[in-house]
Design a protein around this ligand. Structure first.
Ligand SMILES: Cc1cc2nc3c(=O)[nH]c(=O)nc-3n(C[C@H](O)[C@H](O)[C@H](O)COP(=O)(O)O)c2cc1C
Length: 158
């Protein structure tokens, strides 16, 4: 059987809830992708041009991550969850991707959003991976997604 991991970033708790339910339904480990410097409410106020989130977006900067997954090579399938930011994935997700060797891994992306879909994020993740690792699925969930739906999705990844 494949060994699975749910890795997620969540600034406001919505993706975190989905990620935790997904890990329970998949019966797998979970890892929170935490920035070294946590986001405050002001940091993610995107209506403020000077907010941290806007500066990071514009500068395309990496966002240093607090922790590393020590047994990463054990996993065959990695679910990566995040909120949609600026129609794509937050910079920290691209920093996360750069931090590991994805060769031979299956990657399943999931996200929550205010309405935008996940297709642009999936394209960008695939292009950053450049053939190392395969994005086998990408799915946008609402906060109301049921445990049964998460279980079915997790099982469909294999
Ligand atoms: C900086 C920032 C940018 C965002 N950009 C988008 C966007 O482009 N499209 C969208 O539908 N929602 C956008 N949102 C809303 C989040 O995707 C949504 O609230 C998400 O469910 C939050 O997940 P979280 O609680 O796990 O952080 C944005 C939120 C933030 C803070």
């Amino acid at each position: 059987m494949s060994k699975k991991l749910v890795a997620y970033f969540s600034a406001q708790g919505i993706t975190a809830k989905v990620a935790k339910n997904l890990a329970v339904q998949a019966g797998c480990d979970i890892f929170e992708i935490k920035p070294e410097t946590p986001y405050t409410a002001g940091d993610i106020r995107w209506t403020n041009p000077l907010a941290r989130c806007n500066k990071e977006k514009i500068s395309k900067k990496d966002v240093p991550i607090a922790d590393k997954i020590r047994n990463f090579s054990d996993y065959d399938v990695v679910f990566i969850g995040f909120p949609i930011w600026y129609f794509s994935a937050p910079n920290i997700i691209f920093t996360f991707l750069k931090s590991y060797d994805w060769a031979g891994k299956k990657i399943a992306l999931f996200a929550t959003s205010g309405g935008s879909d996940i297709s642009k994020a999936a394209e960008k993740v695939s292009s950053q991976l450049g053939g190392s690792g395969e994005v086998v699925a990408s799915k946008l969930f609402t906060p109301a997604v049921t445990k049964a739906d998460l279980k079915q999705w997790a099982e469909s990844i294999g």
